[in-house]
Write a protein of this length. Sequence first.
Length: 556
Amino acid sequence: MMLKKITTIIILLLLFMFHGSVRADEPTRVAIIPFDMNAERDLSFLRKGIVDMLTTRLSWGNKVVVIERETTERVVNKITGPINEKVAQEIGTLLNADYVLFGSLTIFGESVSIDAKMIDVRGAKPAVTIFNQSRGMDSVIPKVNAFATEINEKVFGRVTPIRREPSRQLASGAPSPSIYAHPEKLLGGGAGEEYAGSMQTSGLNPDFVVAPGRRETSSFWKSRNFKKHIKGISIGDIDGDNKQEIVFISQNRIFVYRNIERRFVRVIEVAGEPQHNFIGVDVADVNGNGKAEVFVTNLNTVTESLESFVLEWEAGNFKTVTKKNNWYYRVLELPMRGAVLLGQKRGISDPFIGGIYELSWLNGKYEPGSTVNVPQGLNVFAFTIGDVLDDGNEMILAFNEDDYLQILTRSGSREWKSDEHYGGSVNYFDIESDSEDSSEKDRLFLPQRIFMKDLDRDGKKEVVVVKNHEGAGRLFKRFRHFSSSEIVSLSWNGLGLALNWKTRKIHGYVSDFAIGDFDNDGQDELVAAVVMSRGGSFLAKAKSAIISYDLAIPKI
């Protein structure tokens, strides 16, 4: 009997040692519970920003991983009542986490206090805590940064570079930092800033994060904020001077700007009519006169009909080439063809009817020619064409109605479909409902652009798409909200489209993007319209900006 007990104990010890050795090779898992916010104002943006900031500081290659916020929130949302240390341990157990970080931020007038704690789920190490009371956000955010540094040193034995805290004494007349600013802004950190143990960055741009196993310059630019919801952008030479301009649209206004030595200079702004709803803009020299025309897809909200139009630069201003056209416009870069103008018509009750046509400049107008051979059911905004499989055959790469990417043959046979959502747009128009018992119209959300380009000049096409992250996302039929975004590059690996690189998380919704020589330096840039607020109410004003990333594309 005694021998049996000793044998059992030895087996248990060996199992424990084996489990410990296996566990030691795995990364330490950290769950960050979004902080409780106690304030008179909506601080949801700051709440997410603090999580993002702590995630950046605590992530450490393959040694420390932070569990995705969405995964953590799914568990937290099932909890009723306040989160204390015991509840946090239970959450950590459910998430298979080693550590859980939680806390609260209280703002009353100018008084701000933060109370946070990092606990070991198994209780083997003492908790690391912070409690701070101060006036204004300019001192709280550096404390959160110092808290992360303390966690790294005490818990993970990781020494991080000391970052200077911003001076508490503001220059005379300088505004105090806004509580609505992202924590990185309050710290003074810029895009592309690196931290010890952070993720590998791309040779194309240090603001891009490279997928493990991929190959491995200043980088980032942002315009001033516009008090508009920017819905679409395009890049081209509109005045024929061999310099590129950017054209972007809001609900019913067209903007043309130039990037001159990193200064965003206005060329012209054109106002539409109150009933106009601009849903797309493209720029290309289709009539071949050396100046790119501006193609605006426009929906009349009163008549519910398409009234698209084309503008061209002449003598320092725009002239209307054609107007009130029943065409949805889209310019695609087609293999061996370059930029081609495509069009599709709108029906009386159907939003898209007939085929997708190549439009050419004939007899003083844009005439439909041959139809584009794409699978039935695709609309003109939803696809691109190219050798995505890298086998010499042209395929269709398209979004389906649920924002999954799919690779299709010309006949419509599906070769591949993504497991996750890409794209994601709040650009929409209303259509008649399919339901007989519904008096409310359905809402048709338009897909994002897809680019297929060989950015690193290795002979293989990359797929570049937006990936907007859900706030409410796609849960509701008539409402969408995206809280953050990335732009990603994918390539075919024999089984599917795999990640090459992605931009660091963008705080806001990317409504549209382009690839072109935005600053006329001879190199293409990745340019995007970022919407921080869509507006629509007295309290929530629209706010957007244009951002760009340099692309260090190898020269041939």
